[in-house]
Design a protein around this ligand. Structure first.
Ligand code: MTE
Ligand code: MO
Length: 480
């Protein structure tokens, strides 16, 4: 039968992304995936594998390593690799174009966890700045930085519920819609994962410290205005419309509930500027979604498609990642559908500076004793304001109130200063007399729904190490 046809590697290579038909192999099996390309949830990124092995790509896009995907693939089987081209029963993966070769240069002060893809956190010394200097803003890339060379002609396609598509260039967006700015903190769901790991058990993922969080003033147009323009009824949306999906040019994708997308107070923007300058390539040039108050994974960079849908994004980052399970669930047996995707983030805080000061050097305090000055950040998701930061100089026996520094946020896109949501962190400072200090310092923040951080990590262990937000504890001796 045709399925047992023996195929030389050379012939497979001819069916590459420049050909009209696309072949791939896995193990010694050869597949003609031409008919599957239009249906591929990740879009045309699949063409990178055309003419060669799927294996190196499935290592990056690990969502494919499951039975239903293998089954789809099997239905496109056209033959086996000729044994003359096999080594130990496998064809060599061959040359794979390095997708990271055009990644931008990065600031040397960033703390690098991985280079390809780039995962780098903001250094502690920069976390005391209300607006994070753009080049020190943490970078969290799952894949490479796509080359979107022409900002003005970059297209955003919006797919409507009935399948209709509407296109805007970035220039169209600027021309057609009113511009808004908002100051918002982005926090990765892995921020402080290393603390959770140290306190409990190993976790999967990048072992971030306290710097997978940064703040910027973002400028762009409101998603709700764009949705209204393509015909979504903001007052009474079609009840089938439940999610708004975002797709990035390199294939990353995520979604948010439609209510957040169209909320008058939700401040969801399609942004082209960060701190008054065009978005740097690492942060989504030329266009990114900004979903303030939600985990940063939903603020999709290099945005080139929005899908109005009854379903969440089918991406692995929506369906099989960025979820929290109970401490009993291990990495080997999660029922991914049993947990909701993380959207709004819980209350968080960290100590960014510990400074021992002699009494005679204390300027802006009426304390006449030798003291320790602590500084840090506090942040709550969902637009909730930080109302308090409690600081303990003795591992939680007694507490002092930190002084919340002025809220420097630009007013959000909507509302008066009084009813606006808090999309950005609050920085805080406290002076602790050394006589009160015994044991570690620890802190907890409280938001305006009176949510409070848990005291320890262990009871909230989750194998992915997401949303690590127990009290931050630091030794008294640390001095920055
Ligand atoms: N968007 C795309 N297209 N690709 C990505 O890898 N990473 C997400 C989100 N948006 C990502 C993305 C995650 S997990 C985070 S934490 C934020 O971008 C990081 O944004 P930053 O790199 O601008 O700090
Ligand atoms: Mo993230």
């Amino acid at each position: 039968p045709a399925k047992q046809r023996l195929i030389r590697l050379e012939e497979i290579h001819e069916h590459n992304r420049t050909a009209g038909t696309y072949w791939v192999f896995r193990g010694d099996s050869v597949y003609d995936i031409t008919d599957w390309v239009p249906d591929h949830p990740g879009g045309e990124v699949i063409l990178r594998a055309a003419g060669g092995s799927l294996e190196p790509f499935w290592k990056i896009f690990s969502i494919h390593q499951k039975q239903d995907v293998y089954n789809i693939l099997e239905s496109y089987l056209i033959g086996k690799i000729d044994p003359r081209d096999l080594v130990n029963g496998k064809a060599p993966d061959g040359h794979v174009d390095d997708p990271f070769k055009d990644d931008p240069a990065r600031d040397a002060a960033l703390i690098e966890h991985s280079a390809r893809p780039c995962n780098s956190e903001t250094p502690i010394s920069e976390l005391g700045s209300y607006i994070t200097p753009t080049e020190k803003f943490y970078v969290r890339n799952h894949l490479w930085v796509p080359d979107v060379s022409d900002a003005e002609t970059h297209r955003l396609t919006i797919e409507l519920f009935d399948g209709e598509e509407v296109e805007y260039t970035v220039a169209d967006l600027r021309k057609k819609f009113k511009e808004y700015s908002t100051t918002a903190t982005l926090q990765c769901s892995g921020n402080r994962r290393s603390h959770l790991t140290q306190a409990s058990q190993p976790t999967n993922g990048i072992q971030w410290g306290i710097g997978a969080i940064s703040t910027a003033t973002w400028t762009g147009v409101r998603l709700r205005d764009v949705l209204a323009d393509v015909g979504v009824d903001l007052q009474d949306p079609d009840e089938n419309i439940r999610h708004v999906q975002f797709i990035g040019a390199e294939a990353y994708g995520a979604s948010i509930p439609v209510d957040k997308a169209i909320d008058r107070h939700g401040d969801v923007l399609l942004v082209y500027n960060m701190n008054g300058q065009p978005l740097p390539r690492d942060h989504g040039f030329p266009l990114r979604a900004l979903v303030p108050g939600h985990v940063a994974a939903r603020s999709v960079k290099w945005l080139n498609k929005i899908v109005v849908s009854d379903e969440e994004s089918s991406s692995q980052w929506q369906r099989r990642d960025y979820k929290c399970f109970g401490p009993n669930v291990s990495a080997s047996d999660p029922d991914w559908n049993a947990a909701p995707a993380i959207q709004e983030v819980p209350v968080q805080s960290a100590i960014t500076s510990v400074c021992h000061v002699k009494a005679d050097k204390l300027k802006d305090s009426d304390l006449a004793e030798d003291s320790v000055v602590l500084q840090g950040y506090a942040f709550a998701g969902g637009g909730r304001h930080i109302v308090r930061v409690d600081v303990s100089p003795d591992e939680g026996r007694t507490w002092l109130q930190a002084h919340l520094q002025e809220d420097g946020a630009k007013i959000g896109a909507f509302g008066s200063p009084d009813d606006r949501r808090a999309w950005a962190w609050r920085l805080w400072r406290v002076v602790v007399p050394v006589t009160q200090v015994s044991g570690k310092f620890c802190i907890k923040a409280i938001d305006d729904s009176y949510n409070v951080q848990p005291d320890t990590f262990e009871p909230n262990y989750n194998f992915r190490g997401n949303l690590a937000n127990a009290w931050h504890r630091v030794p008294v001796s640390r001095d920055d």
